[in-house]
Design a protein around this ligand. Structure first.
Ligand code: ADP
Length: 288
């Protein structure tokens, strides 16, 4: 995986902040976050050997973030520490329905340039998953992987609206968007019909997801859970989807596994609540 590594501070609030009102904080906790790091930890929990390309600052939060990733079994050869840099800190305000508002900064997160990435590290992978990062780095990673025959998935997140990711989008085999992002992307200059030969996955929150492939469209309605905190649900979804695809070329199964991971992540607090392989099997009722 490649992209952002954050330190998250989760604040439980009675309601998300509004211009005319205050929200009351009932609890506070912190842990590692950031899309690329969340996906890496989730994949590792699903028994996929995973390495992370990203950057942290040389501060206490960077050490904590690095330690959590290391303990999760993620390879950190591609994780830069930026001298005098500050690790990105995100404040996640989570209401009683599990809806999230994000505040904070990107700190050292955009430090990885194309030159910082060892192309052999990328070529050695079976799959490269990209999240939000510098567009030039995303493009270079996607092109290096693509030229080596390594499959590329890309979940650009909300930054897609204000940055030019077209080179990375062009090189990606699989694009993950939520329904809000899909609406704006498919109406803009970004791939619409040109995406016909590739895979487009649209995440729909509690309504599951739909995947458009050249071989057909697969829709899964999602799993009913009581959402506690939807932070990282999309990252858990991506991990479940990619892990399933690495096992078998079955998009129907991939979207089911993605939804199961997303639902289980939404049912627990924090950005690192994706299930392990055995938790996922138990949830799906697959006997082993
Ligand atoms: P993102 O988090 O990237 O914005 P979504 O909100 O669509 O994307 O969530 C990603 C996935 O997580 C969904 O496709 C679904 O599988 C799962 N998910 C999210 N919220 C819920 C929920 N309330 N109930 C069940 N599954 C959920």
């Amino acid at each position: 995986t490649a992209g952002h590594v954050n330190w998250d501070v989760t604040l439980r609030v009675d309601r998300l902040p509004e211009p005319d009102g205050e929200s009351r904080i009932s609890s506070l906790r912190s842990s590692g976050g950031g899309s690329a790091a969340n996906v890496a930890v989730a994949l590792s929990g699903l028994n996929v050997d995973t390495g992370l390309v990203g950057s942290v600052g040389d501060d206490e939060n960077g050490l904590l973030a690095r330690r959590e990733l290391d303990e999760a079994g993620v390879d950190l050869d591609g994780l830069l520490t930026v001298p005098d840099g500050q690790t990105a800190v995100k404040y996640l305000l989570v209401d009683e329905q599990g809806e999230v508002a994000v505040l904070g900064n990107d700190g050292a997160n955009e430090a990885v340039t194309p030159e910082d990435v060892d192309p052999d590290y990328v070529r050695a992978a079976d799959h490269v998953h990209l999240t939000s990062q510098r567009p030039d780095t995303a493009a270079s990673l996607a092109e290096t992987a693509s030229e080596a025959g390594v499959r590329v998935s890309f979940d650009p997140g909300r930054r897609l609206a204000d940055r030019d990711f077209s080179a990375a989008l062009d090189a990606a085999d699989i694009l993950f968007l939520n329904d809000r992002e899909a609406e704006s992307v498919l109406e803009s200059e970004y791939p619409g019909s040109e995406f016909d030969d590739r895979v487009l996955v649209v995440k729909r929150g509690s309504d599951g997801a739909v995947v458009h492939t050249p071989g057909g469209t697969y829709e899964h309605p999602g799993f009913g859970v009581d959402p506690v905190d939807t932070t990282g649900a999309g990252d858990a979804f991506a991990a479940g989807f990619v892990a399933a695809l690495l096992e078998s070329e079955d998009y129907e199964r991939a979207v089911e596994h993605g939804n199961a991971c997303g639902a289980l992540a939404a049912a627990e607090e924090g950005a690192r609540a994706a299930p392990t392989a055995s938790e996922l099997r138990a949830f799906l009722g697959e006997a082993f």
